[in-house]
Design a protein around this ligand. Structure first.
Ligand code: NDP
Length: 331
């Protein structure tokens, strides 16, 4: 029992379902891995909200330290790729689902999961981007790969005031795209324009009944909402356009038709951040380091202490969190 002690949030099964609470652990309690990281920051993503509340079966090993991402400094490494003092981040690979996650002051993980923090970013900035921002970049890369370029026409971002949405708007506008932002929070119009949205539409326009085809309004889209919204987004996509689908804030279903695919040659590009291959991760982080306006990143970010994630979880599921929530796990 000689391991160093540290604070963590742990979710456990109880008779009534599950319970998340702040606890004190030792490095001896950590799971297997070849690199020990002193974690300084994590974040609250939508999926963290699901894991902390148990609203969806994100946690698949009990008890679990949730937190699907972290940033910190290597303290010890049996992996030759990493040395003590290296600044690293981690997204996905089952972190916070099957492997102890980011809501802890220490983590022991596989060296092959780690990504170096880009040299121009601090650990807090890396987590202001976090899984949501890295996913937004994966979606931008998908649009580019399908030749949706600034000259192609406007790009729609749904779930605009959320984490993925906010970073997507900042990235796309910096790259020269005309961004249409769909939001249910009309009071956030000034915020969304500040991030770079040229036009704001009410999400109610997209969340209702689905028509097979609608007026062609955007050449591409980044959708974090799914369900009827994604079906309507596809129906409104211009000939040859691409929609990058990464989320399910409205629902997991997709109640649309094949009309956009077979009559307009529209592409539906799936985005997964968890098991994305390492070269794509490195590319995404390299592009985030150069293409994201750090002033805008700061404007969309709020920092909370470790214990604050317990209150933040239901808030993010209720769509009440604007932009990104960084967790200072040392506080
Ligand atoms: P947020 O909660 O920050 O953003 C989601 C946004 O969606 C909300 O802010 C809100 O935007 C909108 N929204 C919420 N509920 C509804 C609804 N019922 N109908 C329509 N719009 C709604 O979450 P994140 O940005 O962290 O994640 C967004 C989605 O992307 C989640 O579903 C998440 O699971 C998914 N995701 C997937 C990843 C992957 O690997 N594929 C990785 C990261 C995230 P507004 O108020 O502006 O309308």
């Amino acid at each position: 029992m000689g391991g160093a002690r540290f604070r963590a949030i742990m979710v456990s099964k109880v008779e009534t379902g599950q319970e998340a609470k702040l606890t004190d652990l030792s490095t001896d309690d950590l799971m297997d891995g070849d690199v020990v990281v002193g974690v300084s920051h994590s974040t609250v993503n939508y999926k963290d909200g699901l894991a902390l509340t148990g609203k969806a079966p994100v946690v698949r090993r009990w008890p679990m330290i949730p937190g699907i991402d972290f940033a910190g400094v290597v303290e010890a490494s049996a992996d030759t790729r990493w040395q003590p003092g290296d600044r690293v981040l981690l997204n996905g690979y089952g972190l916070g689902e099957t492997h102890f996650g980011g809501y802890a002051q220490k983590a022991r993980v596989k060296g092959e999961w780690l990504v170096p923090i880009p040299s121009n970013l601090g650990a807090a900035e890396a987590m202001a981007i976090g899984t949501a921002g890295y996913t937004a970049m994966l979606a931008v890369l998908a649009l580019e790969a399908h030749a949706v370029l600034p000259v192609s026409g406007p790009v729609l971002v749904t779930g605009a005031a959320g984490g993925v949405g906010s970073v997507a708007i900042a990235l796309l506008s910096r790259l020269g795209y005309r961004v249409i932002a769909a939001t249910g929070r009309r009071n956030e119009e000034a915020y969304l324009k500040e991030l770079g949205a040229a036009e704001i539409i009410d999400r109610a326009e997209l969340s209702g009944d689905v028509r097979p085809l609608a007026k062609e309004r955007w050449s591409g889209a980044i959708d974090s909402v799914g369900s009827r919204t994604l079906a309507n987004v596809l129906a409104g996509t211009a000939y040859g356009g691409t929609v990058a689908a990464c989320g399910l804030a409205q629902g997991l279903d997709l109640p649309g038709s094949v009309a956009p695919f077979i009559l307009r040659g529209v592409t539906l590009a799936g985005i997964d951040s968890v098991m994305a291959p390492m070269p794509r991760r490195l590319k995404a982080w390299e592009r985030l380091a150069t293409d994201l306006d750090l002033g805008k990143l700061a404007a969309m970010t709020r920092t909370i202490p470790l214990a604050g994630v317990l209150d933040a979880a239901p808030e993010i599921l209720a769509g009440q969190v604007r932009g990104r929530l960084v967790v200072d796990v040392t506080a």
